[in-house]
Design a protein around this ligand. Structure first.
Ligand code: PLP
Length: 420
């Protein structure tokens, strides 16, 4: 098929050329005297992305799921109670892992399209005067439904109840795109992966642990071996790993962290919000469709889950977009299979790039017989982006001021010089 594939699943995300090139390295001795410099650079960069000075980052050759397991097994013992809300496939899978590890999960089932129910969390924590709940789990960004939860609010629920449980947060599809404030929110375990906001292939599990969480590894009785933080802490102290690190990915991570530093985390977060608003304009104002997220407070800036009307199969739209237009949209998972398609708008992305998702989805919906106005999504997104100031990460040098060229020269006066 001529032309490129346009990738809009909410992870893996598009890899910047810079990061791709940084991963093209010859293998080297990971026990050499120069290797620790790479480890130290990566760990320092990750601390900034987590906005932490007190937390300790860990990088596992795994995916995010491995770090879910690391977070649980290094802090808890069989039969320990954990509180968790289920409102999508990923919050469900973390609960499933807890159950399979032998934890006693107090599940709060919520409507899919909503997020962590703060009042219920507060009530449950207040009622738990014996402090049987050892950890509170929260999925920051439920990728299956495009819902972002209020993690500062979960911290407040714990504080209001004066409850000592650990706060464990899944930020797999938020880190590096939606703000994650590890220190301010006093998160104890934050779990992420390489293939979303960090703009890398899958293959690295990223974890950040608070001093309180690390202390709990001394009493935690859940079985662990590969994911034992003790081994990591010992080896990382000197810049090494307890086993062969995923070298190419580590070089890629160092480069993506440099890119994040250059654009600025605040700018990146603003860019994700601005791009997401354009997609939401296309979905609701342009196409007249609904998002799976039930209220604006749940809207995710990294993924939009677009509900299709009854009688339309979302999977068909996804398949058609792929086969006919080479556009990859995200599938509806589990309970919402067939009921929606997802547009991932995270990582290395700008307006015109994202237009491919909107145009591709729009053409696929029309081809599949949906009653939408041709061009309506593209027009609504375009209107939004044209009418709002672009975050600085989207502006090339001199852009945003039509009278200047990229060297800051006044265009009118330059053309006058050329004409003259
Ligand atoms: N949590 C969330 C919110 C996710 O979106 C995903 C994957 O998409 C995971 C956990 C699992 O991560 P991984 O596929 O890297 O194991």
């Amino acid at each position: 098929m001529a032309g490129r594939n346009f990738l809009f699943v909410p992870g893996p995300t598009n890899i910047p050329d810079r990061v791709m090139r940084a991963m093209m390295v010859s293998m080297e001795d990971h026990r050499s005297p120069v290797f620790p410099a790479l480890t130290r650079e990566v760990m320092a960069g990750l601390k900034k992305v987590f906005r932490t000075e007190t937390g300790t980052p860990f990088v596992f050759p795994s995916s995010g799921t491995g770090c879910w397991e690391a977070a649980l097994t290094n802090t808890l013992s069989p039969g320990d109670r954990v509180l968790a809300a289920r409102f999508g496939q990923f919050s469900h899978l973390w609960i499933d892992m807890c159950t399979r590890l032998g934890l006693d999960v107090q599940i709060v089932d919520c409507e899919w399209g909503t997020g962590v129910p703060l009042q219920q969390y507060t009530d449950i924590l207040k009622a738990d005067t014996g402090h049987h709940i050892k950890a509170v789990l929260a999925c920051h960004n439920e990728t299956a439904t495009g819902v972002t939860s209020d993690i500062a609010g979960v911290r407040e629920a714990l504080d209001e109840a004066r409850h000592p449980a650990l706060l464990c947060v899944d930020c797999v599809s938020s880190l590096g795109s939606i703000d994650v404030c590890f220190d301010d929110w006093r998160i104890d375990m934050a779990v992420s992966g390489s293939q979303k906001g960090l703009m890398l292939p899958a293959g690295l599990g990223i974890l950040c642990a608070s001093p309180k969480a690390l202390e709990m590894r001394h009493s935690a009785q859940l079985k662990r071996c590969y994911f034992d933080l003790n081994d990591m802490i010992t080896a990382n102290a000197n810049g090494y790993f307890p086993y062969t690190p995923a070298l190419s990915l580590m070089y890629g991570l160092a480069e993506s962290l440099r890119m994040i530093e250059e654009e600025g985390l605040d700018n990146i977060i603003a860019r994700h919000h601005y791009l997401a608003e354009g997609v939401r304009a296309a979905v609701t104002r342009g196409w007249g469709l609904k998002l799976c997220a039930k209220e604006a407070k749940w809207y995710s800036d990294t993924v939009s889950a677009v509900m299709v009307p009854d009688g339309v199969n979302g999977a068909e739209i996804i398949a058609h977009a792929f086969h006919r237009y080479n556009v990859s949209l995200g599938a509806g998972l589990a309970k919402v299979a067939g009921k929606l398609f997802r547009i991932g708008h995270l990582g290395d992305m700008n307006e015109v790039h994202l237009m491919a998702a909107i145009a591709g989805a729009e053409m696929a919906m029309l081809d599949c017989g949906m009653d939408i106005q041709p061009g309506s999504g593209v027009a609504a997104a375009g209107d939004y982006w044209r009418q709002h100031p672009a975050p600085s990460g989207l502006l090339s040098r001199g852009a945003g001021n039509l009278s200047k060229d990229t060297h800051g020269t006044d265009r009118l006066s330059r053309s006058a010089v050329v004409k003259g």
